[in-house]
Design a protein around this ligand. Sequence first.
Ligand SMILES: NC(=O)c1ccc[n+]([C@@H]2O[C@H](COP(=O)([O-])OP(=O)(O)OC[C@H]3O[C@@H](n4cnc5c(N)ncnc54)[C@H](OP(=O)(O)O)[C@@H]3O)[C@@H](O)[C@H]2O)c1
Length: 333
Amino acid sequence: MRAATNTEYGTPDVLRVTETDRPQPGPGEVLVEVHAAAVTQGDRRLRAADFPGVSAVFGRLLFGLFRPRHSVGGTMFSGRVVAVGSDVTRFSVGDEVFGGVDRGAYAEYVVVSEDGAIADKPEVLDHAEAAAIPYGAGTALTFLRDMAKVQPGERVLVVGATGGVGRMAVQIARHLGAHVTAVGSRDAELVRALGADDFIDYTAEDFTARDERWDVIFDTTEGDHFRSFRGSLTETGRYLSLYMTPRLLVQMAFTALRGGRRAMTGVAMGSTEGMEDLRELVEIGAVRPVVAERFPLDRIADAHRALEGRLPGDVVIEMRPRSEERSAIRAVA
Ligand SMILES: NC(=O)c1ccc[n+]([C@@H]2O[C@H](COP(=O)([O-])OP(=O)(O)OC[C@H]3O[C@@H](n4cnc5c(N)ncnc54)[C@H](OP(=O)(O)O)[C@@H]3O)[C@@H](O)[C@H]2O)c1
């Protein structure tokens, strides 16, 4: 099968499209013919060994000291089940699915555990749109609903609302019934259309200078800013950061014991339940993907370069599945 591989860490130029062995599903696993895979900041970090915060210490131990332990990247996919291993009960051949894996989605086929982060694809989305859901929406759901337990009527501020996670955070905070303030430097109309009640351009205004307080500040930017932002939190406000530093871990433990304003961080892990929730959120119209650019697998390096261009939406790789090629050949014959 064709797959995008990187056998060394580095710039997008390290990505190559090569022929590799097609994986086989084991017991409890399904083989998914990948129709689309999202290109995310997480993928960029794995490609470049740009491990942030505390993961700078263990990132290379986990993912490969001098070169990537697994050469096929890609973590978010949408596609069709083409084979099932023994004992599989949730899926059958032909099912359209979407989800997340630790690696291997930049390929024509990927093996996924049926107990993993996989669910039926929402029918209302095409594969590229479905692949664009789990990264940002899965992260936002974990942080806003599960970690901060956002309640209807609360005020949520999303720092980095124009990014991959931020665009989804705005929608999910809105769905949870919050008043949403978005912070970014571009795409104000788009972010308002996704559900933000207010937009603050951080190049023109510092939100911490406002005489306003928020119940939750969801910070998707680099660095930990609990000290700088805590004055903008209500007395029981929660600061959420995607960027896990040793200092923030100490602040998290300390504020959990002391009460009052809390600092929180963590890592969003995909799950079956999480994917089922995302499918439902899409189906009820609470969450919609914003796909800015679609690339064929052959242009994987360009897709990674595009990610650095602050596009008004997500970047997605579209595969031409072998099954489609076969039908095209039959149609021509
Ligand atoms: N912990 C986890 O489980 C987890 C999960 C997913 C992602 N992440 C991490 O989360 C981070 C964000 O991911 P992403 O995909 O959303 O990235 P992204 O698409 O690159 O978005 C970055 C956002 O940060 C904003 N920003 C940059 N500088 C800013 C500043 N000084 N003030 C306010 N906003 C600023 C950008 O706004 P403008 O472009 O409008 O200026 C943009 O909205 C990455 O570091 C990623 O690795 C962590």
